[in-house]
Design a protein around this ligand. Structure first.
Ligand SMILES: NC(=O)c1ccc[n+]([C@@H]2O[C@H](COP(=O)([O-])OP(=O)(O)OC[C@H]3O[C@@H](n4cnc5c(N)ncnc54)[C@H](OP(=O)(O)O)[C@@H]3O)[C@@H](O)[C@H]2O)c1
Length: 254
């Protein structure tokens, strides 16, 4: 039955940046779909709140506090997940940050922290988890990329380089790991109201964005969750190497 193909029953899903925003929404949705979810970020307190939310509907979760820029954190995510549940079926590379400035004024330290968090960290976590997926001959990798992966947006040169890199890596990993039964895709969210975007949302540009989006509203984190569940499920088994835009119609024009 087709709806069964969308279920994640007993799958093990690692979600980085699961303490809030889009990552929290994806973690909750995957747990609702039946997955056992590994909630990772740097802040245990918030992760515990998300774990409580999941336990509230009978879902199963494991907290692994880790910084995505830290290779020892990657190792801990893999070791603790394997020791609890013995496999990793799904990886959602969601943790991300941003720094805003004109390209002509952009600071090297801002470049480094954004590229380390949004590109280098996710690549090496993917490499580590990918080794387990190759051993299993099964895996679903979902990167949370951005509209900045595919179009120019103001004042975010490092974020654009990192998210462009994640978009390009989606193709590279997809062709390389398809033979291991590993799907690699990205979601490019449009403007989603989270802690990351509150500043813009409340500025003059926030109103411009609302008017420019065909659907006439900013997205909510749960607007991304359905596509993430789909890309992690058997319903998307023949889909790999794609950047899926979920943006309320921003890229459609306007
Ligand atoms: N909001 C949007 O409009 C939008 C649009 C396109 C793409 N995105 C992407 O969607 C993803 C989630 O963003 P969001 O809007 O949900 O932002 P958010 O609410 O600020 O959440 C970011 C998450 O990343 C985690 N994180 C940040 N740095 C980390 C690090 N070094 N190690 C581990 N975890 C780290 C944070 O947790 P801790 O602080 O607890 O570590 C938090 O859980 C990001 O990759 C972002 O670029 C967002």
């Amino acid at each position: 039955m087709i709806l069964d193909a969308f279920a994640l029953t007993d799958r093990v899903a690692v979600i980085t940046g699961a303490s809030q925003g889009i990552g929290e929404a994806i973690a909750v949705a995957m747990a609702e779909a039946g997955a056992r979810v590994v909630l990772s970020s740097r802040t245990r307190g918030r992760l515990e709140e998300v774990a409580d939310r999941i336990a509230g509907f009978g879902g199963r979760s494991l907290i692994v506090e880790a910084d995505v820029t830290d290779r020892s954190g990657h190792e801990r995510i893999v070791k603790e997940t394997l020791s609890q549940w013995g496999r990793i079926d799904i990886l959602v590379n969601n943790a991300g940050i941003n720094r805003r400035n004109l390209p002509e004024d952009f600071l090297e330290e801002d470049w480094d922290v954004v590229v380390d968090t949004n590109l280098k960290g996710p690549f090496f976590l993917t490499q580590r988890v990918g080794r387990e997926m190759i051993r299993q001959q099964y895996g679903k990798i979902v990167h949370i990329a951005s509209l900045a992966s595919i179009t120019g947006l103001p004042n975010i040169p490092a974020y654009t380089a990192a998210k462009g890199g994640i978009g390009a890596l989606t193709y590279q990993l997809a062709i390389q790991w398809a033979k291991h039964n590993i799907n690699v895709n990205s979601i490019c969210p449009g403007y989603i109201l989270t802690a990351l975007t509150t500043g813009i949302h409340e500025s003059e540009r926030g109103e411009y964005i609302r008017n420019r989006v065909a659907m006439g509203r900013w997205g909510a984190p749960k607007d991304i969750a359905g596509t993430a569940v789909f890309l992690a499920s058997a319903a998307s088994d023949y889909l790999t190497g794609q950047l899926i835009v979920v943006d309320g119609g921003w890229m459609a024009g306007g």
